[in-house]
Design a protein around this ligand. Structure first.
Ligand code: UGA
Length: 366
């Protein structure tokens, strides 16, 4: 059973509803009084503004703290959205056991429960399952041969480095979960949709080191923390890696379309990204410096120091980088009439302004 009323789900379980993506998804879903969301998260700071909403049943807990409550919720739901993950590269090779547990073992019983109840599972996976591009293994620059670097959901091989490069623990755990979901679909008929996010950026992403979290967040929050605290931006391995960045608002548009009409994308894997926003990490550092100079009105940020660091020095032994992620989003267009719209300068201006408003006072006081 995918949905109860005319194909449109009314009761939705959201696992990991307090994270970056979950908080933005709740902003959309809870505004619709016809929907009830039953959500789980151990950290609810990003959804504090939803406390007391009539159509939110919130479990401030880890997923498997009370499995019976979770199985009951899945049985009562029309749709399950799974967002729970450890998705910080700094942890892939420093806490690999936890990464495998959180991204595979903890979620496997949820796949089984969805299969038992025949509930549609919308699972947020990762672009990292693609690993490195074939182009990156060839001598010279093969980036002008699109077949070697473009990422298409049902065509592109998934290429990961050796076991000792523990960066790939995360990608491998996520890939095994994708394969488990697909297997439950093929053998047991469980309806599913897998989303592969490609660098969603926006307000509330991650945390700022030393302000509201420890450890190393992803690049946006690393560079932002450095600008706020007057530290150099650290550029890993020359900043030659490339990423395509999509606004969280565009991304939530896509996820909301999936959640409202899962029947249109049943049995499908979908890239959600924006290839028009491709940038090297070195160019991202420079664009963030210029954007912050505009936000603060202080031109000194344009030449804020940048320091070159080796990946293994920042992330520890076993770090390896994904080189390029150029998504084919044709399927999302065909099935959901979705395409991304927001350009990178606009994404950075909105996001960095939000960080500035939330943290700049605290940074100055410190
Ligand atoms: C991460 C996750 O592993 C993915 O699951 C997730 O899908 C993806 O983020 C995402 O946000 O979609 P990645 O893009 O490698 O993947 O994460 P970042 O930590 O943001 O790294 C991006 C690039 O910036 C890498 O080349 C990294 O070496 C570089 N970097 C990071 C720096 O140059 N300096 C820093 O201070 C931090």
């Amino acid at each position: 059973m995918t949905a109860r009323r005319g194909g449109v789900p009314q009761r939705i379980v959201v696992l990991g509803c307090g994270g970056f993506v979950g908080s933005h998804l709740l902003d959309r879903l809870l505004d619709d009084p016809r929907l009830t969301v039953e959500g789980w998260d151990a950290d609810v700071r990003k959804i504090a503004h939803h406390a007391g909403r009539d159509n939110l049943i919130l479990h401030h807990a880890r997923l498997l703290d009370d499995p019976d409550a979770l199985w009951r919720a899945i049985a009562a739901a029309d749709l399950v959205v799974s967002l729970a993950a450890i998705a910080q590269p700094s942890q892939y090779n420093t806490r690999p056991v936890e990464v495998i547990e959180a991204n595979f073992l903890d979620l496997y019983p949820i796949v089984q429960a969805c299969a038992r109840r025949q509930r549609h599972l919308v699972h947020l996976s990762t672009s990292e399952v693609y690993g490195r591009t074939l182009a990156s293994y060839l001598p010279g620059n093969a980036y002008d041969v699109p077949e070697l670097y473009e990422l298409a959901e049902d065509r592109t091989p998934l290429v990961m480095g050796p076991i000792k490069n523990q960066r790939w623990t995360y990608a491998c755990a996520k890939q095994l979960l994708e394969r488990s979901i697909y297997a439950h679909h093929r053998e047991l008929g469980m309806p599913f949709t897998i989303v592969r996010p490609l660098n969603f950026f926006g307000p509330r992403m991650d945390f700022i080191q030393g302000h509201d979290g420890d450890g190393l967040p992803r690049v946006l929050a690393c560079f932002m923390g450095a600008l706020l605290d007057g530290r150099p931006l650290q550029l890993v391995d020359g900043g030659t890696a490339r990423r395509t960045i999509v606004s969280i608002h565009d991304a939530i548009d896509a996820i909301e379309r999936i959640v409202r009409r899962p029947d249109r994308v049943a049995g499908e894997i979908l890239n959600i990204g924006n290839r028009d926003n491709e940038i090297t990490i070195a160019a991202l550092a420079d664009l963030m410096r210029r954007t912050y100079a505009d936000i603060t009105g202080d031109p000194a940020y344009r030449t804020h120091p940048i320091e070159l660091v080796a990946g293994e020095d920042l992330y520890g032994e076993g770090y390896e980088d994904c080189d390029r992620r150029m998504p084919d989003v044709g399927k999302a267009w065909e099935l959901l009439s979705w395409r991304p719209r927001i350009a990178l300068p606009e994404i950075l201006a909105e996001t960095m302004r939000a960080y500035h408003e939330a943290y700049a006072g605290r940074a100055r006081a410190a």
